[in-house]
Write a protein that binds this ligand. Sequence first.
Ligand code: G3P
Ligand code: CA
Length: 320
Amino acid sequence: MEFINPSSTAYKIHLYVTSKGELEMLKQIGVTVVAGMIVASGTTSIEAAGKAKGLLDPNRVVNIAHRGASGYAPEHTMLAYDMSHKKFKADYIEIDLQMTKDGQLIAMHDETVDRTTNGTGAVKDKTLAQIKRLDAGSWFNETYPAYANAKYKGLKVPTLNEIFDRYGKQANYYIETKSPEVYPGMEKKLLDTLRRHGLSSNRIKPGQVMIQSFSRDSLLKVKQLDPKLPLVQLLEAPQMTDVTNQELKTIKSYAVGVGPSFKSLTRQNTKQIRNAGLLLHPYTVNEKVDMQRMLDYGVTGVFTNFADRFNEVLKHTKKK
Ligand code: G3P
Ligand code: CA
């Protein structure tokens, strides 16, 4: 595939398609091919070049919208997801899962509702009906007045079902099993939910659904239920201190990548992880200077609350 005008910022791209394989690949990612030329609305040629690579391609850098566009809107609400997916066109919507007393999977980072709603108490002690009565947006307006918006008031906590209903196969999902020891059976419920929405590994493009966890046990349970779903082992900063090749080899036996704190990454351990054949998606990279440093080290994506900023850094980097 050869670019005619790689520096164009126009909202149309024109590429030569040189093989049937490339044509099929482009069709799979939703690019329209007309008489050997490609027209990709809303995408610059530079962005399209990256997106033409598969989501699991180690040469592609993915933009993972951490809890949605959570720098600008209340985390894990549909408006935060809409913003990252539709406005910023991030590669992934990142979702943290908790489970209610009546066994419903919901998107929430904390085990309690205290920080991100007007309620108090543990998710595991509340039914979905109780969770649905909470306001998941007003806290954001109070905490971040610079980004406050009247429409955030009264937003609801979404269920995983509702998220899949809303975005279906149009989005890519990067889903974390949170506190799996508190929620026995959450992996099976997750896999059942994916299947009901046509998102099992045999019905989606590779990498469209990624499963991440700090818990190796949880990832291994997912692997048993759907061996082809790509897994990412999250790592706390102390786990990255003097990480050994043997540990990375063990992770590689069940996962496609690792997600460490970006603060624990160095040029050296980045190289070590990449040499182990693992994707590398550090969290949570919000400042441009850190995004640029991560790219210079050689990461294959970042979790960020500001997907728009990362797009800008990527664009600038590719133009260099
Ligand atoms: O999932 C990557 C990153 O989100 C892990 O940290 O606490 O934000 O879920 P946390
Ligand atoms: Ca997470």
